[in-house]
Design a protein around this ligand. Structure first.
Ligand code: ZN
Length: 253
């Protein structure tokens, strides 16, 4: 199964990291795995990070492959336990069909078919779609269209709500379809937000909206930027963490 990189929240015009990443096969306790090795000039120690992307090893330029892999071997139990935990958290592959669940503003909606309807409608925990059973493409098209329309309306309303507190002009919101970004802020004042965000609870959407709007004043992640975010969302750090932790669950379609 193809691994998807979870979306990140970044404003990085042309940042060039001083590091090199390579992939390596390895036998961990007899199990074949692959890991990403990131060598960097700034790193002083060998570090292991395990998340939805799998195992990443951070190492100084001088660390030998042998040293890295003997350290991996020494921590094999811990590494395999963590890899298994992340594997278990990975959501099953989503299929567009009647009875499947999509999320909207953190609430589950069951997809239901109804050829009598002229528009896609939300009603009592269901999303009614005019499609034939078996016509997955039509079902997906209508459901995504409804999510996108809902997303744009919601994002515009939240941007309007937060703009005064952030002392920014209400930006033009565009929907993005990126698989690797939740939001981007362009220097000319356009803010692109991923339509998939509409699946998340409102508190997480608000964090992304505030984050991108704050970039209209501070096009960086400086302390001033984070102070600006904190002034509007004092608990932004928890929301940010929740987004990092749960974001991959909302990659639908
Ligand atoms: Zn940012």
């Amino acid at each position: 199964m193809a691994r998807r990189k979870p979306p990140q929240l970044e404003f990085v015009p042309g940042r060039a990291p001083a590091q090199i990443a390579t992939r390596h096969p390895f036998r961990l306790d007899g199990q074949p795995i692959e890991y990403t090795l990131k060598r960097s000039l700034r790193r002083r120690r060998i570090t292991f990070t395990i998340d939805e992307d799998g195992l990443r090893v951070g190492a100084p330029w001088s660390a030998s492959q042998g040293r890295i892999e003997s350290l991996l071997g020494a921590h094999a139990r811990w590494v395999s336990r963590k890899l298994a935990e992340w594997q278990a958290r990975r959501p099953p592959r989503f299929t567009w069909q009647a009875g499947a669940t999509v999320m909207a503003l953190g609430e589950p909606l069951t997809l239901a078919l109804d050829l009598e309807r002229s528009v896609t409608e939300r009603d009592n925990g269901r999303l009614y779609i005019a499609a034939n059973a078996g016509d997955q493409a039509m079902l997906a098209e209508h459901a995504v269209a409804w999510l996108r329309t809902t997303a744009l309306g919601w994002f515009e309303q939240r941007a309007l709500h937060f703009a005064p507190a952030l002392a920014v002009r209400v930006p033009t919101i565009r929907l993005s379809n990126a698989k690797t970004r939740w939001g981007t802020c362009h220097p000319d004042g356009r803010v692109h937000l991923n339509w998939r965000l509409i699946q998340m609870p409102p508190a997480l959407i608000d964090y992304v909206v505030v984050h991108e709007l704050a970039h209209l004043r501070e096009p960086n992640h400086s302390q001033r930027f984070w102070r600006r975010v904190a002034a509007v969302l004092p608990d932004y750090a928890q929301r940010r963490l929740a987004l990092r932790h749960d974001g991959h669950r909302y990659l639908l379609a």
